[in-house]
Ligand binder design. Sequence first.
Ligand code: NAD
Length: 264
Amino acid sequence: SNNLMAGKRGLIMGLANDKSIAWGIARQLADAGAELAFSFQGDALKKRVEPLAAQLGSDIVLPCDVGDEASIDALFAGLAERWDNIDFIVHAIGFSDKNELRGRYVDTSRGNFALSMDISVYSFTAVVQRAEKMMKNGGSCLTLTYYGAEKVMPHYNVMGVAKAALEASVKYLAEDLGKDGIRVNAISAGPIKTLAASGIGDFRYIMKWNEYNSPLRRNVTIDEVGKSALFLLSDLGSGTTGENLHVDAGYHVVGMKAVDAPDI
Ligand code: NAD
């Protein structure tokens, strides 16, 4: 435990269960003294998110479907009833039709392309737009991305294209909001077994490949993503904005299969 986030308040979006990357981040932030609010998508998740929030001392748990502008406005109106200022937001949200997270990218439909971009890309901008107004003393915004934005990864398909757009939007948002002391960054996490990841074809194979071929020869945990999030969201990251911080056991620097990698 440390005091890096003492006196800071922020919103965590994208908590579904205790496997979620948002949970790894929330735990590190709470441990560092942050006060947290949570949003959840749909009634089914409410009963999962409320007890997790309570574990971290939070009773601010609000619904939000980021595909709906009115729902985002209602979230921030609800938040403003409890807090007049926030210091950070975490956006750990992505969505695509899992039928298009296998096979060929070229077969992506117009409808799922638009939906994936809307939920996985625009929603971050939409949320930052509202958060800016509550960040009166500056702030820090964080989203989650994946290496499939930079290089072609099997089955990632339209999500790779969406994450590339998300990473570009981090840079534009960083420029727009930097003058007001608001930083905007992404973490590019290595593969982690979560609900969202289970929709991706051959995900077990991808995890094995990362384990055998990353410089650290293992996968990363949600707690490790959480620790890097703590850096970016706390004063430790005060000089960093527009960044895409890889928390992937170093996989992104590797050019070919490791000579000691077993066959899989
Ligand atoms: P997760 O399933 O635990 O979280 C995904 C969340 O997105 C869920 O809480 C879900 O409710 C939310 N969501 C989806 N559509 C929504 C909508 N319309 N409105 C509001 N919320 C919505 O999975 P996760 O792996 O923790 O995903 C979090 C983020 O991390 C995603 O952006 C994902 O792409 C990214 N990421 C995951 C991995 C991985 O391997 N798991 C790697 C790199 C990046």
